[in-house]
Write a new protein. Structure first.
Length: 87
């Protein structure tokens, strides 16, 4: 007798959301959010400021290295991505 395999029915939207969770950006956002929940709002505010003022302008005005500004921007984007996927 052939064994019947159970198949899980996944709604198309669920599969899409799952695919969004399988990215480095999602993982980065999840990691930061889990480790530093008290810093999320500040990080998002700073990343939005970087978007508005530009990397060079922000780093010069804040007196920080360009690479630090970029890392802040990228981490902020990752956290926003993570939050948008998880609701």
């Amino acid at each position: 007798m052939a064994e019947e395999q159970e198949t899980e029915v996944v709604a198309p939207g669920d599969a899409f959301i799952e695919s969004l969770m399988d990215t480095d950006l999602y993982s980065m956002g999840a990691y930061f959010s889990d480790r530093n929940p008290e810093l999320i709002d500040e990080l998002i505010d700073r990343s939005v400021a970087i978007e508005e003022r530009g990397l060079v302008g922000f780093s010069e005005e804040e007196g920080i290295e360009l690479e630090e500004a970029f890392k802040t921007l990228l981490t902020g984007l990752a956290v926003r991505y993570y939050k948008s996927v998880t609701g």
